[in-house]
Design a protein around this ligand. Structure first.
Ligand SMILES: NC(=O)c1ccc[n+]([C@@H]2O[C@H](COP(=O)([O-])OP(=O)(O)OC[C@H]3O[C@@H](n4cnc5c(N)ncnc54)[C@H](OP(=O)(O)O)[C@@H]3O)[C@@H](O)[C@H]2O)c1
Length: 256
């Protein structure tokens, strides 16, 4: 039986309509958390929330664009109004953007990737931190990537810059608010079998190539990443803060 590691906790999960965020929503709910879920696709979010409720959990779905500060504010307000406060935010929504060599990258493309992966995290955190402080602390998790930390993949300059930026943001939040009970950590998945991971490996050859980059010679299942998010969210990680936690199947140390 799943132990209730998040019993009584309230969590926001972004990017919950798909992949890692969707699996995290299921795991967090099974661990006892009450959830505020967000992404742009409302039907997927509502279906997930209904599924969680059918399993005896509590989840509220609020559709919106993570680049919109009004959404960041609404998520925190909803957590407070509906569930009485906020303890955890898994800031996980992201996109890779089009692979593009830097000299050819349109500024609009750069901006979109930075806004979606990095500025969204800043906007989220600035509304989440006061709510966590009001509860005496909590856990912030930001989904970064091995890309931009231990690997520089050609054509992914904007994505790498955004994901590396999240590690810096995490460190500052951890240092600035640790004394007041907030832990902040970055989670760095390796290649993961989600719609994003599959879009990055569209042919069997591309899939085999990317799998071969990992010491474990495969991609992660989204639940394997979500379990690490659950660890960082829970008191199991009570002395873990400011870290960049690689959950990457050894892609960073493998030299195939
Ligand atoms: N898959 C991998 O190989 C891999 C590796 C390392 C890191 N990551 C990171 O892991 C995180 C989750 O990715 P995933 O693999 O689970 O991919 P995914 O299945 O494509 O999920 C991405 C999620 O982000 C949401 N999202 C994207 N842009 C958004 C926007 N502008 N506003 C609101 N929500 C938005 C999507 O929802 P909507 O489309 O409904 O808005 C979706 O729920 C991302 O930050 C990604 O960069 C993934």
């Amino acid at each position: 039986m799943q132990s209730l590691k998040l019993k009584g906790k309230v969590a926001i999960i972004t990017g919950a309509s798909s992949g890692i965020g969707q699996e995290a929503a299921r795991l967090f709910a099974a661990a006892g958390a009450r959830l505020v879920l967000t992404a742009r696709r409302e039907a997927e979010l509502q279906a997930l929330a209904a599924d969680i409720q059918a399993q005896g959990g509590e989840a509220l779905a609020i559709a919106g664009d993570i680049r919109d500060e009004a959404l960041a504010q609404e998520l925190v307000q909803a957590a407070t109004a509906r569930f009485g406060g906020l303890d955890i935010a898994f800031n996980n929504a992201g996109m890779t953007g089009q692979a593009c060599s830097l000299p050819d990258m349109p500024l609009a493309e750069w901006q979109q990737v930075l806004d979606t992966n990095l500025t969204s995290a800043f906007l989220g955190a600035r509304h989440q931190i006061p709510a966590l402080l009001a509860r005496g602390g909590g856990s912030l998790i930001f989904t970064s990537s091995f890309v931009g930390h231990t690997a520089g993949l050609p054509g992914m300059g904007a994505y790498a810059a955004a994901k590396a930026g999240l590690v810096g943001l995490t460190q500052v939040i951890a240092a600035e608010f640790g004394a007041r009970g907030i832990r902040a950590n970055a989670l760095l998945p390796g290649g993961t079998d989600t719609p994003m991971g599959r879009a990055s490996t569209p042919t069997p050859q591309a899939r085999a190539y990317v799998e071969g980059l990992h010491a474990l010679r495969r991609l992660a299942q989204p639940e394997e990443i979500a379990r690490a998010a659950l660890f960082l969210a829970s008191d199991d990680a009570s002395f873990v803060t400011g870290t960049a936690l690689l959950v990457d199947g050894g892609v960073s140390i493998s030299r195939p």
